[in-house]
Design a protein around this ligand. Structure first.
Ligand code: AMP
Length: 506
């Protein structure tokens, strides 16, 4: 049996005249179009010398064509390697040097910059709509018939670089089996059917938009409204044509700022899903009040795909990421020894299952460090499982603050601060402290028009948090620094506020 991801997914495809993608302007790209165009890309890649397992590095804008390139690479048995469009050629040099791709595909405007760092690789360009690049032109000439390359579940399908906790970015190696198992688990858990239309406004260089969204739609034989980027006004206008949306928490807080987001506009919607960063309970409840929809929060990462999800049927609890997906095991372990902790205790979240990657590209030692002997992967997240079995994330391992020997979990303090009237959002970090080792600092963004001062944050916390957890300093900012996936850049904040408790230099 061919265990190539595409081959497995195609078993669920509908008739070839069924819609696969609808653009924002209403153009339809059918399953038949997708089968033919991805076949052309597969043939074009092979014509360029790409063999099974060869890396195909791609730094292009999100478009139907770039999605077809992804599917073509999978069908050809190549290892697809998407790169954030924000990376400069200097940053690309590391990824390309590490991954040693056979083929690099970039935007036409980047050709000379990328060419200078792409080494031995063949360099091709792809315009936004497939027009205006060398690869699009080659692909037009290729045959639109292709037999998916024979792969086994363990064969490499993709490498996604992730910054991880420390050091240089690491290439997470994902197999056809990893991606297939996750697509099937999500399709079942979220009750996808062929009738579903997913509103897709996520980038496709990241696991969320590329695998979680696209592969789940393909597993169901469903369709999507495919947008180049997220624009709250445009998304609100298009939601009446969709049935499911997947987004990062920022999407939801921005949608709430649109007056046109009403219950009446969402009668066709059945599910809103959030992930990649914590969704604040305030946004969760405001969204429910405004729309009548309870956002379903799930948890995953580049190395594992999705691990847990709030239930489709049953209580979707704000501030939790729900239960392990079918086939996925989650345990909370002592970070030092790896032994399982009692229910309710906070520890290292560890995961095992068919979704978990095989290791970091050419980093066997790093891989070894992040797996336990019994095959559990150490996610680097800290969390606990509550009495009902819901997984709660309390922060990244590296975000843990140890103040005077006590562990302070930022998520708890952030939730308390976010509940104060006038606060839009907050980030809690540790800063070096001469007496306590580290002490708690809160960085707060106020809601517009609010004039909170440091004391307005510190004093209400006095009655709800133990003294060692209370922020010693509060700083106000217009907005917290975030990356494209909505993750707050705590490293940046830690650097910025590193000196606040240090005695002034003589
Ligand atoms: P990435 O590899 O970029 O997808 O980042 C994965 C990390 O994002 C996880 O290890 C978590 O720290 C964080 N993350 C993903 N989903 C959630 C969530 N629902 N709540 C809190 N953190 C999350």
């Amino acid at each position: 049996m061919n265990e190539n991801l595409f081959s497995v997914l195609r078993a669920g495809f509908p008739d070839s005249d069924c819609c696969f993608i609808e653009t924002g302007s209403g153009d339809i790209f059918t399953y038949g179009d997708m089968l033919r165009r991805s076949a052309q890309y597969a043939n074009a890649l092979i014509g360029l010398g790409v063999k099974p397992g060869d890396r195909v590095a791609v730094q292009v804008e999100k478009s139907i064509e770039s999605l077809m390139l992804y599917l073509g690479a999978i069908r050809a048995g190549a290892a697809f390697l998407p790169l954030n469009t924000a990376y400069t050629p200097a940053e690309l040099e590391y990824f390309l040097g590490d991954a040693e791709p056979v083929l690099v595909v970039c935007r036409p405007a980047m050709e000379s910059g990328v060419g200078a760092v792409s080494g031995e690789a063949v360099l091709e360009t792809l315009g936004d709509s497939g027009v205006g690049g060398t690869l699009g032109a080659l692909t037009d000439l290729a045959s639109d018939v292709f037999d998916d390359t024979l792969c086994s579940a363990g064969d490499l399908a993709a490498i996604l670089y992730t910054s991880g906790t420390t050091g240089r970015a690491k290439g997470a190696m994902l197999s056809h089996g990893n991606l297939t198992s996750n697509a099937k688990a999500l399709f079942e858990t979220w009750a996808f059917t062929r009738g579903d239309r997913l509103l897709h406004a996520l980038p496709i260089y990241h696991t969320h938009g590329l695998f979680t969204a696209t592969n789940t739609v393909l597993a169901a034989g469903a369709s999507m409204i495919f947008l180049p980027k997220f624009d709250a006004g445009e998304v609100t206008a298009l939601l009446p044509r969709a049935s499911v949306m997947m987004g990062v928490p920022t999407f939801y807080s921005r949608l709430l700022q649109c007056d046109a987001l009403t219950k009446d506009a969402l009668t066709h919607m059945r599910l809103f899903i959030s992930g990649s960063a914590p969704l604040s309970p305030e946004v969760h409840s405001e969204f429910e009040k405004r729309t009548g929809h309870t956002i379903l929060e799930r948890y995953g990462m580049t190395e594992t795909g999705m691990n847990t999800s709030n239930p489709y049927e049953g209580a979707r609890r704000a501030g939790t990421v729900g239960f392990p997906l079918p086939g996925v095991e989650i345990r909370i372990a002592d970070p030092e020894t790896g032994s399982e902790l009692e229910q309710g205790e906070v520890g290292s979240i560890e995961v095992r299952g068919p979704n978990v990657f095989s290791g970091y590209w050419r980093m066997p030692e790093k891989t070894c460090e992040e797996f336990r002997e019994d095959g559990f992967f150490i996610t680097g997240d800290l969390g606990m499982i509550d009495e009902q079995g819901y997984v709660n994330i309390v922060g990244r391992d590296k975000d843990l603050i140890i103040s005077g020997g006590f562990n302070v979990y930022p998520a708890e303090i952030e939730a308390a601060i976010d509940a104060i009237t006038g606060v839009a959002e907050s980030a809690v970090i540790g800063a070096p402290h001469p007496d306590f080792g580290e002490s708690v600092v809160a960085v707060v963004a106020r809601k517009s028009g609010q004039s909170l001062a440091e004391e307005d944050i510190i004093s209400p916390l006095g009655s709800i948090l133990a003294r060692y957890k209370q922020p010693k300093r509060v700083f106000f900012v217009d907005a917290l620094p975030r990356n494209a996936m909505g993750k707050i850049q705590k490293k940046e904040l830690r650097e910025q506020y590193a000196g606040v408790f240090q005695p002034p230099r003589p």
